[in-house]
Structure formats: C-alpha cells, structure tokens
Design a protein around this ligand. Structure first.
Ligand code: ZN
Length: 419
C-alpha cells in the first residue's frame, strides 16, 4: 500500500497511528446518472462538492459556501498559506436515506459504522440532522478532520482530534459570514449541540472529568456524546486562555508525533493547568468570558488586605491557610454588578434580590486551593465576613458571585482583610 493510500479515518478513533499525509487526493467515483435516478443531487462549491438526497433548501444548498469559508479559517488557524490550499477539495455525502447511498456503493469503505458523521482522507459523510445549526456543525467537524489529516498529516490523539473538530465546528454563520471556534452565547444559538449542558450536568453531579481522564479519551472505540463535550471543553479552554493560547496552538506542529500526549504534559508541566481546569469546569456556561475568568495569581503574599475586582473570576489572595486553624475574613467596599444589563450597587454580602447559582449576586465567595479536591465546585459563602477553618492547607482564592458571561460590565472592587 502506498503512503497516500493509507486509510485516514477519523471519528472511529484509530489513535495516533495515522501519520501519513494523503498526498494524492482520492475520491470514489459517483455514477451521477444512477444517483439522479435515486434522487441524489450534487451541490458544488470551490472546496467541497456534496451529494445529497435532501430536497433543495437554502440551509442545505449553502453548505458548500459554508465549507469554502471554513477552508480560509482552517488555513489561517493552522498556519497554512491560502495558496497551498487553493485547490484543496473534499467530496461529501449528506444522507437522509443511507440505503440509497449504499446501493451506489457510496458509503465509507470497510462497512465502517458511524452515527452522525465520518471522515476519511478527502471524503466525508453526514447523516441528516434535525437542526440547520447542527447539520453545518457536523460538516465543519468532519471537514476539520479532513483538513487536519490531509494538511497536517494527522489529527493527533482522540481527545485532540475530536476536541479540535468540535472547537472548529462550533461556529456562527450569518449573512454568509462564518466564525469558527466561538463560545456560544446561549442555547438557541446552537440547537442540538448541548456540549455546555453536559459539562454542567456532570459538574453538578460531582462527576467532572479531570485533565488526565480527558487526555485518555478516544483511545479505543467511539466516543459518547458527553465525551465529545469534554474534548471540546479542553480544547476551547486552552484555545481561549489568555496565558496559554499561543502555547496550545503551537502544539499543532507536533500533531503527527506518536508521543503527542507526552509532549502536551511536558509543555504544561510547570503551570497551574489542573487548578484552572477545575475552576473552569465548575463554572462553564454559555458566553463564558475566558479572558476575565482566567485566575489571577497573587503578586504579594504578605498583604493583610487584598483588593478583589468585581469584573474578574477567581483571584489569589496570597494567604496560605493552615488546616485546623481559624481565620476571620471580612470584606468591605461598594462596587457595581450588572446583570442582564441592569446595574446593581453592591456590597460584599451581595444583592439579595438577584441570585446566581443559588447565592446572592455579588456575594463574596471563597475557595481554598489545597492539594486535592476541586474547591471551585462548591465555593464558600463569605459575604461581609466569615470564619474559615480549613480541612487542608491551601491558599485562599476569592471572587464575587456572578455569571461567567456577565463580568465585563461590573465595576469597582472590594477590600478583604484576614485575621
Ligand atoms: Zn470527529
């Protein structure tokens, strides 16, 4: 078998072994006369031609246009020159009735089973979806696989391959303008997508996946829907983190290395990735403001009073609390919390007329970052003052209670003292 004929299959998790670049595109031949007799038509774009048995509609017929716009975005994201991909093309099959495509031998080779989508080499397959958003999402997901495999030589291990396909499949499409890698602002923007809901449910049930568990996903067999959500969450987290975005994006260059996960762990070894991941999965929501939610480190460990900004997520105090000792934490100051565009004057006790996650909006919250556990999953209510008696040694982190999507319009800060 010559290198370009190696099967480049994705969404079935063949792991990192598929490092071959498909140098010469191969496309199965379609008997268009017979396809036409079965009601299968062809929609043509610059970078994609799509065979489908769906009737003509704007949302279906514009899919090659969406794909063309995505190619420019993928090229930019992966640092590939537009000229290099000017003639790059995929052949796609969007199927309502798979039997028709089976009759023409147009299904993936080797009786590959797939639920919603599949990509191999320069071809992709999609099952019809009940929402226009999710149909496009699936096309962009499989297209990302195709682009990475054929342009980068691999899509990396399961979590990365699926996480990147989900990251670059999550999109905003309006007036023929495409944006990839968006953080959806609400559920209505992404019907059928559901990734954030799954993460929130797992976190509330006390079953969030740790980093290592996510890195191990996709090593064998197909992923479940919630596993796709975790892969997306990790890639989205790293890709939008103000401190780690460029480091994460540089890993693209190692995607064909069999030891990719090892490289990943070495790259992030001396960071607080675990801590930030815990804080992220505990508060992830639609419209999550990654810039403002990134944890602020302490600059000085010996201050008796710290200032906590109302428009940021968790902020380190520098105070190392010891297990079993009692500490008095008090807070003062006036700041402004805006919620759904309404500004509320606020004190550290919070606004008892408005709640977020079951606690008054603007209330001062604490978390003691110790060696084990996720303190951000169940923050301590501090308000105007609280006595803390930690069970483990750890540093105290503080923030005011607000949605991670609504920090940008808060103003001011509060002063917190430790005794
Ligand atoms: Zn996939």
């Amino acid at each position: 078998m010559r290198p370009w004929m190696l099967p480049l299959a994705v969404c079935l998790f063949l792991g990192t072994s598929l490092a071959a670049v498909a140098e010469r595109p191969e496309y199965r031949k379609v008997d268009e006369r017979r396809a036409g007799q079965l009601g299968i038509r062809k929609i043509v774009g610059r970078h994609l031609w799509l065979y489908t048995d769906l009737p003509a509609s704007n949302a279906v017929d514009e899919l090659p246009l969406v794909f063309d716009a995505a190619v420019a975005e993928w090229a930019e994201y992966f640092g590939i020159s537009p000229q290099h991909v000017s003639r790059w093309k995929m052949q796609g099959f969007l199927m309502r009735d798979r039997e028709k495509f089976a009759a023409l031998k147009l299904l993936p080779p080797g009786d590959v089973e797939f639920v919603n989508g599949y990509a191999q080499g320069y071809e992709l397959w999609l099952s019809e979806q009940p929402s226009d958003y999710y149909r496009r999402h699936l096309l962009l997901h499989e297209g990302t696989h195709g682009f990475m495999h054929t342009q980068l030589g691999s899509a990396g291990p399961g979590w990365y391959s699926e996480g990147m396909a989900e990251l670059l499949g999550t999109h905003h499409w309006e007036d023929a303008q495409l944006r990839l890698g968006v953080m959806p602002t609400d559920r209505q923007e992404v019907p059928m997508w559901g990734r954030i809901k799954l993460i929130r449910e797992a976190s509330r049930a006390g079953e969030p996946l740790g980093l290592n568990a996510v890195l191990g996903l996709g090593q064998r067999g197909m992923l479940s829907t919630d596993q796709y959500a975790w892969c997306w969450a990790l890639c989205k987290f790293l890709d939008s983190h103000p401190q780690w975005q460029s480091t994460f994006r540089q890993l693209q260059q190692q995607v064909a290395e069999p030891e990719f996960n090892q490289r990943f762990l070495e790259t992030f070894r001396d960071t607080k990735l675990d801590q930030e991941w815990n804080a992220y999965v505990a508060s992830l929501d639609y419209g999550y403001d990654a810039e403002r939610m990134a944890i602020i480190s302490a600059t000085n460990r010996n201050k008796k009073t710290v200032s906590i900004a109302a428009n940021r997520g968790w902020q380190a105090t520098g105070w190392q609390l010891l297990a079993g000792k009692e500490y008095e934490v008090t807070a003062t100051g006036q700041f402004q919390i805006a919620h759904d565009s309404q500004p509320w004057p606020c004190e550290p006790g919070g606004v008892t007329l408005r709640y977020h996650e079951g606690r008054p909006l603007g209330m001062l919250l604490g978390a003691i970052q110790s060696a084990t556990g996720n303190p951000y999953a169940k923050p301590l209510a501090i308000g105007l003052g609280q006595t803390l008696k930690p069970e483990q040694d750890g540093q105290l982190y503080l923030r005011v209670n607000d949605s991670p999507a609504q920090l940008s319009d808060n103003q001011g800060s509060l002063q917190v003292k430790l005794r």
